[in-house]
Write a protein that binds this ligand. Structure first.
Ligand SMILES: [Zn+2]
Length: 224
């Protein structure tokens, strides 16, 4: 799946150090080998730790990162301000396949027809990549999502986020190829990534694009 926020054993911690400028969530999972701290666009600190890693050690780790947290928080706050500027500069417009388009120039600018428009594009690209890869989903659906841009169920059904309406074609292609590749490899193994790479050698650029535009796409999705 293409996902921004996997959600295993998450525990919310109420600012225990009294010095943290934002909330902290500690997640422990058997897959995590070392402690890692991230700060998301939602301004929540997330600490990943191995199972059984003691809480006081987690808090010590966070405390030691205080300078990094302050710097990162400043950057994110600035990014949030920039996002507001972008949205107000494009009032009355919609981002379609990576291009800002005036809503007034569309024959039917209502959410329903935008959804239908995207559904058709998705269907075409899915048919194209299915033929290229020799992998065919049972069915596909489209839904509003927050963090998950695509997913593949064990019975071969694919699901895609409405947020993909906003992304350039090559980025949409990456998400489609990613989910189709899961029909063959239901994991993120080396074999999975090498299958994706064999069809889209520069897929990393699409991953970066999705990360950089996630906050914007979330806001735009609220409008449709
Ligand atoms: Zn995946």
């Amino acid at each position: 799946m293409v996902n921004f926020c996997p959600n295993p054993n998450v525990k919310k911690v109420k600012n225990p150090l009294q010095t943290l400028p934002c909330p902290l969530e500690i997640r422990r999972s058997p897959q995590t080998k070392r402690v890692r701290l991230t700060l998301g666009a939602d301004l929540i600190l997330r600490l990943s730790a191995p199972m059984g890693y003691p809480k006081h050690r987690c808090l010590e780790f966070v405390h030691a990162q205080h300078e990094w947290i302050t710097l990162h928080l400043e950057r994110l706050t600035k990014a949030k301000e920039n996002l507001e500027e972008i949205l107000s500069a494009h009032e009355g417009e919609i981002l379609l396949a990576g291009e800002w388009v005036s809503l007034a120039s569309l024959p039917r600018p209502c959410p329903k027809s935008l959804r239908t428009l995207f559904q058709e594009r998705l269907k075409d690209r899915l048919a194209f990549w299915s033929d290229q890869m020799g992998l065919y989903p049972e069915r596909f659906s489209l839904r509003k999502t927050k963090n998950r841009l695509g997913s593949c169920s064990s019975n071969g059904a694919l699901s895609f986020s409405l947020q993909l309406l906003f992304v350039p074609l090559e980025v949409l292609d990456y998400v489609i190829v990613h989910e189709l590749a899961h029909l063959k490899h239901p994991n993120h193994s080396k074999a999975f990534w090498s299958l994706v790479r064999s069809h889209l050698p520069s897929f990393h650029e699409s991953k970066i694009y999705l990360r950089q535009h996630h906050a914007l796409h979330l806001r735009l999705q609220e409008r449709i």
